[in-house]
Design a protein around this ligand. Structure first.
Ligand SMILES: Cc1ncc(COP(=O)(O)O)c(C=O)c1O
Length: 392
C-alpha cells in the first residue's frame, strides 16, 4: 500500500511540474462565467429553475387532487428491469418527432450515449474514419468495439477521401464503414462541411455518425445543425447530449427504429446501468418544448452576432482564435504555464475562464476556451479581452 501511494505521488508530482495537474475548483457564482456550456443561458437567467419549479408544483397538486402519491424518486432499476417509465417513451417520441427523425433512445449522459451506441453498432469487422478531434467518449466507444480505426485530419475532407480510397483498394470484402464527426467541435468551435461528408459517405458506401452536443439548442429553431441543413435522411446515427446548450443532462441517440432495438439489446452503458429518475425525462421534455419554440430566437440571434463581434475583437488584439466559426472561441496560447497564469489573472478580475491543456487538446495547443453565452454582453467580453491583453 505504501509503495503504491508513493507511485501515485510520483505521478502527481510529474503532472504538477509539467503544469498539467487538474483539480476540482468549486463553483464560482461571483465571477462572470465564460467556461460553462450554458450557451443559451437557460441556467444563468433562471429559465431552467422556472421549468423545474413548475413541474414540481404541478406534480404535487396532481398528487393531492388524485389523493395518492405518485413516486418521486429514483427509477430503481435499469430500463430493461423495472426502471422503464412512460416518461422516457414520451420524451423519446417528442424529441424524434420534433427533429423529424424516426426514433430516439434516452441515455443517462452524452458519454454513456457515445460509448454505448458505438460499442453496439460497430464490430471488429467495421472500419471507422474518425475526425482526429472527436470527443473522448466517441474514441472510447470505438475502442470498446474493436473496430479498425483511421483518423483523418481535422475537418479535412481531402484527407478523409484519400483514406477512404486507400481502404477501398486494400480491402477486398464489402465492409461496414463509418465516418464519425461532430456538428461543432468542443475545443475548436468549428464545424465540418457536413453536406460533403454525407456525399463522400454515399460515394464510398459509408454511414455517418454525428455528435450534435454543442449545436443542439442552436441553429434552426434550436434543432441543431443537421436539421438546419436538412441532412436528417443522410445521417445514420445522431447523438444529442443535453448537458450543453440544453443546460440539463442526459442524451438522445437517434436513427432508424432498428437502431433503437439494437441499442436496447446491445448497448452496454444502457443495459447495465440504473435508468435516470423518470422526472428527469419529464423535465427534459418540458425544456425541449421551450427550446424548440420561437421564444429563444432573439437569444440565438444575439449569441450569433456576439460571436462574430467577439472573434473580430480578439483577432484584432492579436489573439489567435484558430478556425472557430461559432460561439466557442479558443484563445490559443500554446504553453501550459501561460494558459494557467492568464486564467488566474482573469479570475482575480472576476472572470471565470478555464485553462484547457493536454491531454484534452494536443501538446503545444493549450488554450483558454471562451464559451460565449446568450446572456453575455459586449461589455463583459470587452472586459475579458482587456484583462487578457494587459496580462499577456
Ligand atoms: C461532443 C461531445 N460529446 C459528448 C460529450 C459528453 O456528454 P456528457 O457531458 O453529457 O457526458 C461531450 C462533453 O463532455 C462533448 O463535448
Amino acid at each position: 500500500m505504501d509503495r503504491w501511494r508513493k507511485e501515485l505521488s510520483k505521478e502527481i508530482v510529474w503532472l504538477t511540474e509539467k503544469n498539467l495537474l487538474r483539480e476540482l475548483i468549486p463553483h464560482r457564482p461571483d465571477s462572470i462565467d465564460f467556461s460553462s456550456n450554458d450557451y443559451l443561458s437557460l441556467n444563468r437567467n433562471g429559465v431552467l429553475k422556472r421549468i423545474i419549479q413548475e413541474y414540481f408544483q404541478e406534480y404535487f397538486q396532481e398528487a393531492q387532487q388524485k389523493g395518492k402519491r405518485r413516486e418521486l424518486g429514483g427509477s430503481t432499476g435499469s430500463r430493461l428491469i423495472r426502471g422503464h417509465y412512460h416518461q422516457f417513451s414520451s420524451l423519446e417520441e417528442y424529441f424524434a418527432q420534433s427533429l423529424a427523425l424516426p426514433s430516439s433512445l434516452f441515455f443517462s449522459t452524452g458519454y454513456a450515449a457515445n460509448l454505448g451506441a458505438l460499442q453496439a453498432i460497430l464490430s471488429p469487422r467495421s472500419s471507422v474514419f474518425c475526425d482526429q478531434f472527436c470527443h473522448s467518449s466517441i474514441l472510447d466507444g470505438v475502442r470498446l468495439s474493436m473496430a479498425k480505426k483511421y483518423y483523418f485530419h481535422h475537418n479535412d475532407l481531402e484527407d478523409l477521401q484519400r483514406k477512404l480510397k486507400r481502404r477501398r483498394i486494400l480491402s477486398r470484402k464489402k465492409e461496414d464503414i463509418w465516418i464519425l464527426t461532430e456538428a461543432i467541435f468542443s475545443m475548436e468551435g468549428d464545424s465540418p462541411d457536413l453536406p460533403n461528408i454525407c456525399s463522400l459517405a454515399e460515394e464510398f458506401g459509408a454511414k455517418v455518425y454525428l455528435d450534435e452536443g454543442h449545436s443542439l439548442g442552436l441553429y434552426q429553431d434550436g434543432r441543431g445543425l443537421s436539421y438546419e441543413l436538412g441532412l436528417q435522411d443522410r445521417i445514420a446515427v445522431s447523438v444529442f447530449p443535453c448537458g450543453k446548450g440544453v443546460g440539463f443532462t442526459g442524451a438522445l441517440v437517434c436513427g432508424p427504429p432498428e437502431l433503437k432495438s439494437l441499442l436496447i439489446n446491445r448497448a452496454r452503458s444502457f443495459i447495465y446501468s440504473t435508468a435516470p429518475p423518470p422526472w428527469i425525462a419529464s423535465i427534459l421534455e418540458r425544456i425541449f418544448h421551450y427550446l424548440f419554440s420561437s421564444e429563444l430566437e432573439s437569444s440565438r440571434r444575439h449569441l450569433h452576432s456576439l460571436s462574430v463581434w467577439a472573434r473580430k475583437l480578439f483577432q484584432e488584439e492579436g489573439f489567435s482564435t484558430g478556425k472557430s466559426t461559432t460561439h466557442i472561441l479558443p484563445i490559443l496560447l500554446g504553453s501550459e504555464e501561460k494558459t494557467l497564469s492568464l486564467a488566474e489573472e482573469c479570475y482575480k478580475n472576476g472572470l471565470d475562464i478555464r485553462p484547457i491543456r493536454p491531454p484534452t487538446v494536443p501538446k503545444g495547443s493549450s488554450r483558454l476556451r471562451l464559451n460565449l453565452q446568450a446572456a453575455h454582453t459586449r461589455e463583459e467580453v470587452q472586459k475579458l479581452c482587456n484583462v487578457l491583453k494587459d496580462s499577456r
